[in-house]
Design a protein around this ligand. Structure first.
Ligand code: SF4
Length: 437
């Protein structure tokens, strides 16, 4: 299937409310996922004029946040502030969509007092700033950055701009096993002052990258487990939310990961049972209810199993919920397997435990495309599904149908390798995808 770049841009915007601006980046992070796609057709963003982008933005859903600078499609996303007309574009977007929330992910290198003031004046913009390292030497060494993370944080604090911070746990740990632990806790200690949400990502490494860093999957898993446990202890008493990703889902309940501007009544690990009096059973449903109804009270079940009804949230108090599988998708699967009980269900390793509690025939496809510790659904290919299905059919001695999460492909039907389901003979008859929910 030949790709039309303009059509792909429109589909990306309409499908995921993301606006790709550029593939250029001023850093060269050691863990950059864009470097791990070797051998696959990477889609570089064709930089467009503001007028062209405004035409494309007719397809935005202004009720949802517009996302800039974050990879949600096959585009190789770079640093959005390298797009020269970004402020003109944001101003035009604000005029057209006065209420829309705009979320920008940036490495922070190009932020200045002036640019933050402009963003603040445009309004309703939040930044996710990939700080990663707070010291100059580390940021220079591992990111090729020119500014210490510490100074970017200090700058953000001077302006009236909403932001969260992110950091990737990456293989510098293997150069010095103690270093990562110190480094991530240095960042967290620094955040005690700013009290903003910190997102910590454990790097997904392809087998090629694992070889490059001379590390095995089990060694990385062990370190991930060790660091997660320490962060779990740390976050109990710190005054800001720390979110770790990816995480393993034990069940589908709406777990609280952290609370912005916490009053201490809701704690990480509590489960939200109802929003504005309406019962909810999974995280995605809670997130949706928040957006739809601007929740003003919730009911929770605490970690100790105590039910607390009607907690009225103050204006800026915001529980951060662990997303999961949507309730509607679960209902769809329930109905499907009731009539077709032999259907197998392919899930990501992160969700395996939760699915096994609810269904039979759960399988995690083998990720041959990237290998390593890459388990996220969007990074499987149809080839991985095809090969895993062949193995299962051999084991079962019969033809098998499988439910596959549509997250495996983008809005145009392409997987991460640029192939579609039609590139694998017979696969269309064997795969069932729940409608996007
Ligand atoms: S800032 Fe982002 S896009 Fe740029 S090199 Fe680092 S990880 Fe890659």
């Amino acid at each position: 299937m030949k790709l039309n770049e303009w059509d792909y841009l429109l589909k990306s915007i309409s499908g995921s409310n993301t606006l790709p601006l550029t593939s250029r980046c001023n850093l060269s992070c050691i863990f950059c996922s864009n470097k791990q796609n070797s051998g696959f057709p990477v889609l570089r963003v064709k930089e467009r004029t503001v007028d062209e982008l405004m035409v494309a933005c007719e397809f935005i859903d202004p009720v949802k946040p517009l996302v800039i600078g974050e990879s949600a499609t096959r585009y190789f996303e770079g640093e959005p502030f390298l797009y020269l007309s970004i402020f003109e574009l944001l101003e035009k977007l604000r005029n057209k969509y006065p209420e829309m929330h705009i979320k920008i992910t940036t490495n922070g290198e190009l932020l200045t007092e002036k640019s933050l003031q402009i963003l603040s004046n445009i309004g309703n913009i939040s930044l996710t700033v990939s700080i990663n390292c707070i010291d100059f030497e580390e940021r220079a060494r591992y990111l090729k950055g020119t500014r210490p993370g510490r100074s970017i944080l200090a700058l953000l604090d001077t302006e009236n701009i909403d932001y969260t911070v992110s950091a990737v746990i990456f293989p510098r740990v293997f150069e010095n096993m103690g270093e990562e632990k110190e480094s991530i806790f240095q960042l967290l200690e620094c955040m005690e002052k700013y009290r903003k949400t910190v997102r910590i990502f454990f790097a997904g490494l392809s087998s090629e990258s694992m070889n490059r860093f001379k590390i095995t999957v089990s060694q990385f898993d062990k370190i991930q487990h060790e660091i997660s446990s320490k962060i779990n202890v740390y976050r109990k008493d710190c005054g800001f939310p720390i979110i770790m990703e990816p995480y393993y889902i034990e069940d589908f309940a709406a777990y609280v990961e952290g609370v912005e501007n916490s009053t201490g009544r809701i704690q990480p690990g509590d489960i939200i049972k109802a929003v504005n009096g309406k019962n909810v059973i999974c995280g995605t449903e809670v997130i949706k209810n928040y957006i739809d109804s601007e929740a003003n009270y919730i009911s929770i079940q605490t970690k100790d199993g105590v039910l607390v009804d009607q907690i009225f949230l103050s204006d800026d108090e915001k529980p951060i919920i662990r997303p999961g599988v949507s309730n509607r998708m679960l209902k769809w699967i329930d109905e499907y397997v009731e009539t077709e009980p032999e259907t197998v269900i392919f899930v990501s390793r992160f969700a395996e435990k939760a699915f096994k509690k609810r269904y039979n025939n759960i399988f995690v496809p083998e990720n041959r495309t990237f290998g390593g510790n890459i388990y996220c659904y969007g990074l499987f290919s149809f080839m991985d599904i095809y090969e895993t299905l062949k193995k299962i059919e051999k084991e079962f001695g019969k033809s098998v149908k499988a439910i596959v999460n549509p997250a495996i492909m983008d809005s145009q039907g392409f997987d991460i390798t640029g192939k579609t389901i039609f590139d694998h003979p017979g696969l269309t008859e064997k795969i069932i995808m729940p409608p996007e929910m």
